[in-house]
Design a protein around this ligand. Sequence first.
Ligand code: UDP
Length: 329
Amino acid sequence: MKAVVTGGAGFIGSHLCDHLIAHGHEVVALDDLSTGSRSNLDQLMDDPAFTLVTGSILDQGLVGDVVAECDTVFHLAAAVGVHTIVDHPLESLHTNLHGTENVVAAAAARGARFLIASTSEVYGKNDADGLTEEADRVLGSPLKSRWSYAAAKGLDELVGYVYARQSGLPCVITRFFNIVGPRQSGRYGMVVPRFVDQALAGEPITVYGDGDQRRCFGSVSDVVPAVVRLMDTPGAYGTAVNLGGAEEVTIRGLAERVIALTGSTSTIRHVSYADAYGEGYEDMRRRMPDTTRARDLIGYTPRHRLDDVIRAIVDARRSTPAGAPLATA
Ligand code: UDP
C-alpha cells in the first residue's frame, strides 16, 4: 500500500509509520510538528519508502496533493491531550473539526481507504463495566472545555460514518483507550509519561483528585498492528472499533507502580482538579473498553502487560540524552 499517515510524527503515528515501513509499504507522514516531533521519525528519514511532509491538515490544497498520491489514509492528526484542549480550545476545535473534514474529503475524492483515529473520550462519563461501541455517550455541559474534545471527535466519527454510508468510502473508526508507550509526551497531559518523568526526576508524583479514578491503559505495540489489520478488513468499514488494554488500575495504583518500577524516592502528592486544570473541570471515574468487536474482526487480544509497557517507557526515557527534548504526543 501507499499510505498517508496524518499526525505521522506524533506518538501513535510514528509507531504506525515504523510498522508500515517494516512491512514493505510506502509512507508519507503529514504533520505540522505542533505536538509531534521530527525526532520520532529519525530512524526513517533515510528510507526511500518514507517521506515527511511538514504541513497542516487545515491546508486543504496540501492535503489534496498528498492524498492524491496514495491509496490508504490513516488520519491520526489532531489536537490531543487534556492540557492542549483546555488551554487552546478554539485552535483545538478548528483542527479537530475542519482538519478532519479536509482529510475525509480528500480520501473520498481519491477513493482511498480511510481510517479515523477516535477516542474513548467520546463515551464521556459513561463508566460502564466494559464500554461497547454502541454504548451511550454521557457528556457534560459544552460550557466545560473538557467536553469539546469529545464533541469534536464525535462529529469527526459522524463525518466518516456518513461518508461511508453515502459514498461507500471504506472507512474504519478506531476508538483508542488511553494508549501508552515510548515517545508519548507528558507535556500535554497524559498521565503515564508524566508520572515516569516525575519518578525519574525524584519529584512528587502529582495524582489529581482522590486517585481512585480508574483507567485501562493499552499498549501502542498492541494497537498499531491492529489498526493496519482493521484497514484490511472490509467487515470493519463503516463502523467503530474499540482498541485498548485489559488491565484496569486506579491512578493512585499507577503512581505506586511507577515508583516501584523506577526505584524512585518520589512521594505521591494529591492535587485538586481545579489546581490542575482550572475551575469546573470534570473527570470521569472510570473508562474500561469492551474489545469484543476487535477480537471478532481481527482476533485482537492485548498482549503487553502494563508493567512491561512502563518498563519500556522508563528505558526510553533513560536513554534520552540529558537536555534533549522529550518525544511528543
Ligand atoms: N492525571 C493525574 N496526574 C497527572 C495527569 C493526569 O492524576 O499528572 C489523571 C487524570 O486526572 C485522569 C487520569 O490521570 O484521571 C488519566 O489522565 P490522562 O490525561 O492521561 O487521560 P484521560 O483523562 O483522557 O483518561
